[in-house]
Structure formats: structure tokens, C-alpha cells
Design a protein around this ligand. Structure first.
Ligand SMILES: Cc1cc2nc3c(=O)[nH]c(=O)nc-3n(C[C@H](O)[C@H](O)[C@H](O)COP(=O)(O)OP(=O)(O)OC[C@H]3O[C@@H](n4cnc5c(N)ncnc54)[C@H](O)[C@@H]3O)c2cc1C
Length: 265
């Protein structure tokens, strides 16, 4: 690890100003991705600005139509929340499928979506539920937030503050996990509700994407039979030591079918 200045902010304004003042600063949430990156000397920031002292960024509120989760809320808290379990059980379940207990207790929803790992789970819920990402500057539709592998619409000193998820009528998430890390080899989030019928796929490609053929079929009939014969094109999918593009394409259909069955109870 290279040397860096460690600073802890108590407000988003202070954090943004510390980042602007730094030569090459980086925000830190739970450090679950950032710290291994630093330990492996893959990054060399001049300053690490810890968001862990900003109380406003933690917590969950639920009203009649939405679930709002603060950016610094750990996965374990989302998983254990009785309110989330009641309003969007698929979201609580997704949080409980992430990594291991340490990752779930330190890792945060804001860190996960800001990092935008192609195999991360939360991006599929943000897109699959038609959520809105709130930042220190603006509100960004989930569909516009994830722009590419490890890339988002965030500006350098912009901080995710909360994510607002509309409450669907039906939703479910199914993933085929990597047996070591639990990251998604493929994960498919399906929902039906105020944001329409949505199918969001993570793990398969460089970035989360919507499966429009499945959305159209489920829009007509929200049944697992509607997707079982829809094949995902493997042209843009990932091939790595864990799975070929062809196998990932196959998993997209299998996970979608299982997710729809789960959403239908
Ligand atoms: C062993 C292991 C297994 C894992 N398994 C899974 C898995 O199965 N599924 C899954 O989805 N994820 C998995 N993860 C990732 C985990 O879920 C964390 O959410 C992710 O690593 C981000 O961690 P963090 O929240 O601590 O953010 P950090 O590591 O602190 O930050 C990550 C990045 O986001 C930026 N950032 C953080 N918060 C904000 C914010 N509020 N606004 C703007 N930028 C911000 C930071 O500057 C940094 O660039 C795993 C991680 C590990 C180490």
C-alpha cells in the first residue's frame, strides 16, 4: 500500500470540499473494494476521505410507494430490515446474498453502485425496479446511472446520498453465484409494478442491462413460460475463467425463468 492522507468527513459538503482540495482524492464507504485495491497497489490516491462519519447517509425509510435507502447503509442492515422485507422482499433477499458476513456488514449500497462491478448484485435491483439515485448534485434515473464496466454517471466529487426504490407489485432476484466470492456469474432481477415490467441482468455482460425481449413477453403475460424460450444473444457477454459467454447467455434465461416463478409465489 502506498502512503495516503486519511480524513473523515462529517457532512457531504465537507467530504466534497476535502476531495476538491486533494491532489487525487478518493471517497471511502466501507472500504470493501477500495482497501483491497490500495493493498494491491492498484491505486495511489493522495487522500482517502471516509464517508463513515456522515450520519445522514445511513438509514432506511419506507412510505406507501417507495423504499429509500441511505448510501452508507450496509447490506446486512437492508437484509435484516423488517420494513424492506415487507415492502420489497426481493431487495432484502438480494442484500443477504452478497458476499460473506464481513462484506455484508462493511459493504454499502452506495459503495456497491458507485463501484459498479459488472458482477455486483445491487445494480440489477436499481435497474430492475426502476430506482432513482440521489446525489449531492441531482437525481439520476437508474437506467442512466450505470454507464459501463466500473463506470457510472457520477462526477469526480459527486456523492451518492440515497437510492429510492418504487415498491413493485411483484419482484424477485435469482443469481447463479460464483462459489468463492458469491459475486453473480449471472443474476436476473424481474419486477412488475409502477415502473412497468422490468428484467435487469447483472454478471453476464460488462455492465447491468435490461433484457427487452423478456420484458415485452412478461408485459403480455407475467409467467415463467413467457421467458423460457427467449435466448439471450451471447455476442456482448463476458467470457472468463468462471463461465463462457454462451453459458452466461443460457443462465440469463434460466435465472429469469426462476425469478418470475419466485415473483409469482
Ligand atoms: C470478498 C468479497 C465478496 C464480495 N461479494 C459480493 C457479491 O456477492 N455481490 C456484490 O454485489 N458485491 C460483492 N462484493 C462487493 C461489496 O458488496 C461492496 O459493496 C463493494 O465492495 C463496495 O464496498 P464499499 O461499500 O465498502 O465501498 P468502498 O470500497 O469504500 O468504495 C468503492 C468505490 O465507490 C466509491 N464510493 C463509495 N461510496 C460512495 C458514495 N456514497 N458516493 C460516491 N462514491 C462512493 C469509492 O470512492 C470507491 O471508488 C464483495 C466484496 C468482497 C471484498
Amino acid at each position: 500500500m502506498y502512503d495516503f492522507n486519511y480524513e473523515k468527513a462529517t457532512s457531504t459538503g465537507e467530504a466534497a470540499s476535502k476531495l476538491s482540495d486533494a491532489e487525487d482524492g478518493k471517497f471511502m464507504a466501507g472500504g470493501m473494494t477500495l482497501l483491497p485495491t490500495l493493498k494491491q497497489r492498484l491505486a495511489n490516491p493522495s487522500d482517502v476521505i471516509d464517508l463513515g462519519g456522515i450520519a445522514d447517509l445511513v438509514g432506511i425509510t419506507v412510505d406507501g410507494s417507495s423504499v429509500t435507502i441511505g448510501a452508507m447503509t450496509p447490506h446486512a442492515v437492508v437484509n435484516a430490515s423488517a420494513e424492506v422485507q415487507k415492502a420489497i422482499p426481493a431487495l432484502a433477499k438480494l442484500a443477504g446474498l452478497i458476499g460473506d458476513p464481513m462484506v455484508r456488514n462493511r459493504g454499502t449500497i452506495g459503495g456497491s453502485i458507485s463501484n459498479n462491478d459488472p458482477a455486483a448484485d445491487y445494480p440489477s435491483a436499481v435497474v430492475g425496479l426502476g430506482a432513482t439515485v440521489h446525489t449531492t448534485r441531482r437525481q439520476i434515473a437508474g437506467d442512466e446511472f450505470f454507464t459501463g464496466m466500473f463506470e457510472t454517471a457520477l462526477e469526480e466529487d459527486e456523492i451518492v446520498t440515497k437510492i429510492v426504490f418504487p415498491i413493485p407489485e411483484k419482484a424477485a432476484y435469482m443469481k447463479f453465484p460464483n462459489p468463492a466470492s458469491r459475486y453473480a456469474v449471472v443474476g436476473t432481477f424481474v419486477s412488475q409494478g409502477p415502473q412497468g415490467t422490468r428484467v435487469a441482468v447483472t454478471g453476464a455482460g460488462p455492465c447491468v442491462f435490461r433484457q427487452s425481449d423478456m420484458e415485452a413477453a412478461l408485459g403480455k403475460s407475467f409467467a415463467s413460460e413467457s421467458v423460457e424460450n427467449i435466448k439471450q444473444d451471447d455476442g456482448d457477454l463476458n467470457t472468463d475463467i468462471h463461465a463462457s459467454a454462451e453459458y452466461r447467455a443460457h443462465l440469463v434465461t434460466v435465472m429469469a425463468k426462476r425469478a418470475v416463478a419466485d415473483a409469482n409465489g
